[in-house]
Design a protein around this ligand. Structure first.
Ligand SMILES: Cc1cc2nc3c(=O)[nH]c(=O)nc-3n(C[C@H](O)[C@H](O)[C@H](O)COP(=O)(O)OP(=O)(O)OC[C@H]3O[C@@H](n4cnc5c(N)ncnc54)[C@H](O)[C@@H]3O)c2cc1C
Length: 382
């Protein structure tokens, strides 16, 4: 049977993140959410603590930890603020990890130390206005002239588009080859032709900024091609596979945060002369929450452990993300119900969990896309 046994170092990391989240993040969660402001100071501190280069080897300035640690860190932050958890997940798992997995030695030496320490923040651009789930149909082009590539097109939903400095952008060199014509490029914000567009006004995760980007003859030196020409899409899928672990961790953390808030509230609030926790209707809701949380936890850490062991996680990562995110959406919905009218106002954390959680069924592959992956694997296995 699969069991999660954190070792001593992991328990210490968990305590460190928990304390930081409680003491430094909790007091300012609402402030940054309402202002839709990226909490740069907090992010910088997370970088100093080693949580922005979680998977990056020490020789490039990272913490050289594994996916179990990564999931645990995102889970702990999400219990308090899903926005910051999403930023940590996107920074570590997308831009930084793409360079780590597919960069050459020179690229890793040049870009990873700043990303791993948070001196620079990462952006990852796959999604476009007309291509989301069908990412292989993207339209941004890259044309080689002399020793430079020139990028033209636009990207949507780029996390950290405004605050970030280093981007990995997917573009098509050869349109005839469809998704096999897609390549990845490391694009610095200062390269001519890199345009930051509108910042989106979002339902949730409002402190984690999401921006449109445009490229107008954006000039990229040829040495910034990331991976081989034509391998950008297939490499992106590998990046997203690991990313799904972090979104499942985010969902788990939100579910736990919401459940904890419900236990506390139900022991404080009295109606008809009884605490809410004394009503069986409340107890059943809490029992269902706790059971779904444990199931999500097992799937998540099984996927994270398998990744650390170098196993193929295509199926299990999709299952973990699908289950954890769908369960977390249901749990935050019930959490508002348990709080009654007080769940509907911003003084109580469940209001924000309810808004923030929806991202987890959409980002890094929607629930429908996860189901496609799972069904394909099942149908091919028999
Ligand atoms: C807050 C936020 C941050 C994000 N950050 C990034 C980022 O940093 N970088 C990046 O590249 N992208 C990012 N994204 C984009 C995200 O990955 C996409 O939103 C997601 O992949 C879905 O694409 P879409 O929004 O275009 O929806 P669509 O693909 O248009 O999907 C709409 C609906 O149709 C369903 N659907 C689509 N195809 C099928 C099918 N074949 N079968 C069944 N149902 C289907 C979907 O599941 C969904 O329910 C972010 C999104 C958000 C909301």
């Amino acid at each position: 049977m699969f069991e999660i046994n954190f070792n001593e170092q992991q328990l210490l990391i968990q305590k460190t993140v928990r304390d930081f989240s409680e003491n430094e993040i909790k007091p300012v969660v609402i402030k940054f959410d309402e202002a839709e402001e990226f909490p740069l100071e907090i992010f910088t501190k997370l970088g100093e603590m080693g949580f922005l280069g979680i998977l990056v080897p020490e020789k490039y300035g990272g913490s050289e930890l594994g996916y179990v640690d990564y999931a645990m860190i995102v889970e702990e932050i999400a219990k308090v603020d899903p926005s910051i958890a999403l930023s940590v997940a996107a920074h570590n798992g997308l831009c930084t990890n793409h360079i780590l997995l597919f960069g050459n030695e020179k690229q890793k030496e040049k870009y990873l130390p700043d990303l791993a320490t948070g001196r620079k923040i990462g952006i990852w651009g796959l999604t476009e206005p007309t291509s989301g789930s069908d990412a292989g149909s993207l339209l941004t082009t890259a044309e080689k002239r002399g020793n430079k590539y020139y990028l033209n097109g636009s990207k949507s939903f780029a996390t950290h588009g405004t605050v970030g400095q280093t981007a990995v952008i997917m573009a098509k060199i050869d349109k005839e080859k469809g998704k096999h014509g897609i390549s990845a490029f490391i694009v610095e914000k200062t390269f001519p032709g890199f345009i930051v567009g509108k910042k989106e006004n979002k339902l949730g995760c409002r402190a984690c900024e999401t921006t449109q980007l445009a490229f107008e003859n954006c000039e990229i030196p040829e040495e910034n091609l990331l991976g081989a020409e034509g391998e950008g899409f297939i490499n992106s899928l590998k990046v997203l596979e690991g990313g799904r672990i972090s979104i499942a961790a985010m969902a788990l953390g939100i579910a736990e945060g919401a459940c904890e808030a419900c236990v506390k509230y139900s022991k404080e609030r009295k109606q008809f002369g009884k605490f809410l926790s004394e009503f069986q209707a409340t107890q059943f809701k809490l029992a269902d929450m706790k059971t779904a949380i444990e199931a999500a936890r097992l799937l998540l850490y099984r996927a994270a452990s398998a990744k650390d062991e170098g196993k193929d996680i295509n199926l299990i990562a999709s299952q973990a993300k699908l289950f954890a995110s769908e369960a977390a959406v249901k749990i935050t919905n019930e959490a508002i119900q348990i709080h009654g009218g007080y769940g509907f106002i911003k003084e109580f954390p469940v209001e924000k969990f309810y808004r923030d959680v929806k991202l987890t069924t959409i980002g890094e592959g929607t629930s429908e896309i996860q189901r496609i992956v799972i069904a394909k694997s099942l149908l091919e296995s028999l």
